[in-house]
Design a protein. Sequence first.
Length: 84
Amino acid sequence: MTTFEFKLELSDRFARDALAAGFLNAKAVRSLIKDAMARRAAQEVLDGAARAQVAMSKPMSMKAIQAEVSAVRRERDSKDAIGQ
């Protein structure tokens, strides 16, 4: 496991609101990052589907969709492996 330590500058009101909402602790930050990464991965799949739709006039087969999803996952995993 890797540990990161960082400093976050927030306005006083925003900091109070985030603290009251329970967002300023390690578990919440970890969850927020995980959610953001899932949204990004989903957006990459949608972007790939949009590119495929433009490239193809007929609907994609399940095999083609799975190939696209697998390609996006491989790209994401390779980026994660090199720390991007």
